[in-house]
Design a protein around this ligand. Structure first.
Ligand SMILES: Cc1ncc(COP(=O)(O)O)c(C=O)c1O
Length: 400
């Protein structure tokens, strides 16, 4: 058996998938083999410019050097440490996350869905006997049964019932609807600070602040799902910091460690205390590879001033895309916060994604009509110009 990953052509790898891998994903017809920053190569040596590195997990682009180095060093020392032992890197990474968010404690896991499952369990454990959680329509919280029940999009739930009971969905950005949905059994409100998969929906100014106030007034927990918005994406460490508030529970994953798989819950200490030994666990959660990578990721962002750079990149995209919007009626809206970019079209976006791919630019379309770009915070100006040129031409072709 061949263990190398680089000896097959894309076609040969696709044949393997057809035979052995469950077909629950729609995949691009190429096998990727190597990446560096915002560029990636396939098995045939074709180079792509990546405006969507790692589906939002690679905020420093592909293979950020400090993260690579930290992981290399760690796998030579210890690959896995069970959570029945202490490990320095987990303690230090938890400290680093808390110091950049709000006073509290961290639970580590492996993905966004797992973080949200944990947050739901924690909220119920803390607020017992209340069990109901209000979430938003068009939200996305993951695919496990609890997380998909929390998700406010029936298309992700169909065929998997019965769902976990106790979730109510209300329109995003609407405080009155949220107030009306609260009853005596409500324990928490759970939202994304900006909806990602739901179409890069930025709520009205003051929304998060009013949710915070509502939770305080009614004795509810505020859970923020920062799986997509967190870890620097919006130009702050966490998107809610723009609003000057703090949640009771926050969930993280995607770029928590610059591309190494992981997730986390951060909870205010009084809430965190509701998880006592034996109540919740995750075998690989907080493993030393994740934690070393996460520390290297944070160090890179701070030493290279990349939070400011994320804001600058957002402004650059905004200038280009707003002027295109003036010109082309097909662009209904441009929604940008840092390196989280949504281009809302008056037509389906899938054709534009395909056109860009043919011109070797990787982007995404979500919610049918919203082109979503989640570029790296360290993408170079020339790469942005090169990609925007391809994107603009593709939008023009689709609009004509
Ligand atoms: C806001 C949000 N929450 C949760 C998830 C689920 O994360 P994962 O795919 O790591 O389970 C996602 C994934 O896109 C997300 O965007």
């Amino acid at each position: 058996m061949e263990s190398s990953t680089t000896t097959l052509s894309s076609k040969e790898t696709i044949d393997l998938f057809d035979q052995y891998v469950i077909g629950n994903y729609t995949r691009y017809p190429a096998c990727l083999t190597r990446g560096e920053g915002s560029e990636i190569w396939d098995a045939e040596g074709n180079r792509y410019l990546d405006f969507f590195p790692g589906w939002g997990c690679d905020l420093l682009g592909h293979c950020p050097p400090r993260v690579v180095e930290a992981v290399r060093e760690q796998v030579g020392q210890l690959i896995h440490v069970p959570n029945t032992w202490y490990m320095e890197s987990q303690g230090r990474f938890a400290q680093a996350l808390v110091e950049r968010s709000f006073p509290g404690k961290v639970f580590f896991c492996n993905s966004g869905a797992e973080a949200n499952e944990g947050a739901i369990k924690l909220a119920r454990a803390h607020g017992s006997p209340r069990t109901k959680i209000i979430t938003a329509l068009d939200s996305f919280h993951g695919r496990t049964l609890g997380a998909v029940s929390a998700t406010g999009q029936p298309k992700y739930q169909q065929g998997f019932g019965p769902l976990v009971p106790g979730f109510k969905h209300v329109p995003y950005g609407n405080i009155d609807a949220m107030v009306k949905a609260i009853d005596d059994e409500t324990v928490a409100i759970m939202v994304e600070p900006i909806q990602g998969e739901g179409g890069v929906n930025i709520p009205p100014a003051g929304y998060l602040g009013r949710l915070r106030q509502l939770c305080d007034d009614r004795g509810l927990l505020l859970i923020l799902d920062e799986v997509q918005t967190g870890m620097g994406r919006t130009g702050k460490w966490f998107a809610h910091q723009e609003d000057g508030i703090e949640p009771d529970i926050m969930t993280l994953a995607k770029s928590i460690a610059g591309g190494i798989a992981g997730g986390a819950i951060i909870a205010r200490s009084a809430v965190a205390a509701s998880l006592r030994p034996g109540m919740h666990a995750s075998t690989f959660g907080g493993n030393p590879i994740l934690c070393r990578a996460g520390l290297a990721y944070i160090e890179t962002i701070e030493e290279e001033g990349l939070l400011d750079r994320a804001v600058e990149i957002g402004q650059l995209f905004n200038r280009e895309l707003q002027s295109l919007r003036q010109e082309l009626g097909v662009i209904r809206d441009v929604r940008i916060r840092g390196v989280m970019i949504g281009i809302d079209l008056a037509m389906p976006g899938a054709g534009i994604v395909k056109d860009c791919l043919e011109h070797r630019l990787l982007i995404n379309c979500t919610h049918e009509t919203v082109l979503r770009l989640l570029p790296a915070m360290n993408i170079a100006d020339e790469q942005i110009e090169e990609g925007i040129e391809i994107l603009v031409q593709a939008i023009r072709r689709a609009a004509s």
